[in-house]
Design a protein around this ligand. Structure first.
Ligand code: TEU
Length: 557
């Protein structure tokens, strides 16, 4: 068993990240859009959660084709969100409360309104031409490349000005930067240093699997299909990714007390280890998509697959490297709808159960704003209600492919990213205390009951449970570094596991179902204390625990 003294301890392993979608947190200007002053107003709330890091989705200047993931100036704050002074005030306010700040870095692509791209597209011999990927039209149409947000899923866009195609893996307004060009990489490192010098404590590297690609753009092999794992394999994780990451480590990360986490790069076990293992000197953390991808259609996943996936990742990083632990973010619908139940009878229990899960596993937990309250999907039914480019263009593509559009709308209703982006629910007032004016996305009608004001005074609330879990994790390193062992992995409704460190042993029992479930465990009667329980009772008879629907308990031995 591991001794606490030999653990490779780090603040970014022991902390809890709170992710804020700035557009939806708190509006102070009355334009229906959240802003930095809004986050500043809520700093005491954030601190009251006990979280130790805050990650904000991009706050740079942007025409907002993809809500800030299309950046037109990497050194300026989006005017809708505020100013650089607001940013400094926010950073200071977080640091005063001992909370670190994680900056989103979106450098697989920029906005087409970035000065580099304006230059690049202006002529074939412009010095910025090779900042992006261009394919001269006289060579014919380039080979197929897939685009996430293009309405034809076509990543090549013809540009008449220079009679050439440019590459955009995401929307047409998000041209891919050419990482083969050392000047582009230096630009990125300088941008990162600019923010590190201002005092940010970490970086989240967006869509980083795609920075390295085969820029000969050969045809894909026979049988290639546009599904996410193939898209990543054939469009990204190219031959130079490790070179880029080491260069970034040497130029930036090693020079500051910061950590960096990549999205995308590291989405298989081997890729992840090749990036985060300590001897690699690349990044400190990655996050994989396997858990969230378990619900990527209208079918809910089975608990068996869920356990298998998390057990595989959990055990693989026991001795080397580090990962993130999350079930939701701004690219997902609300976690309760995907892995729990929004049935009023079970909603709060399942929200607490899911928070117990992410906060009792090894990787650094990411809590997405509103999950501490158990916010649920807005559940749009008409395409006109959506704001997200992924939903709008996905629908157009489905229409032109002759797909069943009712089915497509059902899928969006459960899984669209807009579900997870509705305004934070502060109180029961008209716009949930988010804004005085009509918000950019409607507030959920359940804000009259599901809101911070109510939950702060209710000792049984999802919010109180969340705070209790955060405090428990911070007080017990066993949840961070302890050995994980799954118990009765075949159990159809209960996810049970132990965490052990030195003499400390915890057993976590999570009922992932709407039915009462029993589990028989040896030595259950030796349990010393029930540390967490989302019900007011727990039935243990002899060595059998009987769990109510979505009951979650942590037992100390
Ligand atoms: O997402 C990139 C991305 O690759 C995801 O869409 C991922 O493939 C998918 O979730 C797998 O299931 C990032 C941002 O998180 C997203 O919000 C942006 O829209 C996108 O990059 C473009 O910057």
């Amino acid at each position: 068993m591991k001794d606490i003294n030999v653990l490779n301890r780090a603040w970014w392993k022991e902390g809890v990240i709170y992710q804020i979608y700035p557009r939806s947190f708190k509006d102070t200007t009355g334009n229906g859009i959240g802003d930095l002053q809004g986050i500043i107003q809520k700093l005491d709330y954030i601190a009251s959660l006990g979280v130790t890091m805050v990650w904000l989705n991009p706050i740079y200047e942007s025409p907002n084709d993809d809500n800030g993931y299309d950046i037109s100036d990497y050194r300026a704050i989006m005017s809708e969100f505020g100013t650089m002074e607001d940013f400094s005030e926010l950073l200071e306010g977080l640091h005063e409360r001992n909370i670190k700040f994680i900056m989103d870095v979106v450098v697989n692509h920029s906005s087409d309104e970035h000065e580099w791209f304006k230059q690049s597209r202006s002529s074939r011999d412009n010095p910025y031409r090779d900042y992006y990927h261009w394919w001269p039209a006289e060579k014919g149409k380039p080979n197929h490349r897939w685009s996430f947000f293009d309405e034809n899923s076509d990543a090549w866009k013809y540009d008449a000005q220079t009679n050439a195609y440019y590459l955009h893996y995401f929307s047409q307004k998000q041209p891919d930067l050419n990482w083969e060009n050392p000047k582009v990489r230096q630009e990125v490192y300088n941008i990162m240093k600019f923010w590190a010098d201002k005092g940010v404590d970490g970086f989240r590297l967006d869509a980083f699997q795609f920075v390295s690609k085969d820029i000969e753009f050969p045809p894909f092999p026979e049988g290639y299909d546009d599904n996410i794992p193939s898209v990543i394999k054939y469009h990204g994780m190219g031959p130079h990714i490790h070179h880029y990451l080491r260069e970034m480590y040497n130029e930036v990360l090693s020079k500051y007390d910061v950590f960096a986490v990549s999205e995308g790069a590291g989405s298989t076990l081997d890729d992840a280890h090749s990036i985060v293992d300590e001897d690699r000197n690349e990044l400190q953390m990655v996050y994989h998509f396997e858990g969230t991808d378990l619900v990527s259609s209208l079918d809910k996943c089975t608990l068996k697959d869920f356990k298998a996936s998390f057990t595989k990742w959990e055990t693989s990083f026991e001795n080397k490297g580090w990962i993130s632990m999350y079930l939701s973010n701004h690219d997902q619908s609300r976690v309760v709808n995907r892995f729990g139940s929004d049935n009023p009878k079970f909603k709060d229990y399942s929200a607490k159960m899911l928070n117990t899960f992410i906060l009792s596993m090894r990787g650094t937990p990411y809590a997405y704003y509103g999950d501490e309250l158990g916010m649920t999907n807005i559940g749009f039914t008409e395409i006109e209600q959506y704001k997200d480019i992924a939903a709008i263009n996905g629908y157009k593509k489905a229409a032109s492919d002759g797909e069943n559009l009712n089915q497509y709308l059902k899928k969006l209703n459960l899984l669209s990213r807009d579900n997870g982006r509705t305004p934070m629910q502060w109180d029961a007032s008209n716009h949930a205390g988010f804004s005085k004016e009509t918000p950019w996305l409607p507030v959920h009608e359940n804000h009259t009951t599901v809101n911070v004001a109510n939950q702060e005074v209710d000792q049984n609330s999802v919010l109180h449970h969340f705070k209790k879990m955060v405090a428990l994790r911070k007080d017990n390193l066993v949840f961070v570094y302890g050995k994980y062992k799954i118990i009765q992995k075949e159990h159809p409704t209960v996810y049970a596991y132990s965490r052990t460190l030195d003499k400390q042993k915890m057993i976590i029992l999570l009922n992932f179902s709407e039915t009462v479930s029993s589990i028989n465990l040896l030595n259950l009667v030796q349990c010393k204390e029930v540390l967490i329980n989302n019900y007011d009772h727990l039935t243990i008879e002899k060595n059998t625990a009987t769990l109510q629907p979505y009951q979650a308990v942590i037992l100390k031995f």
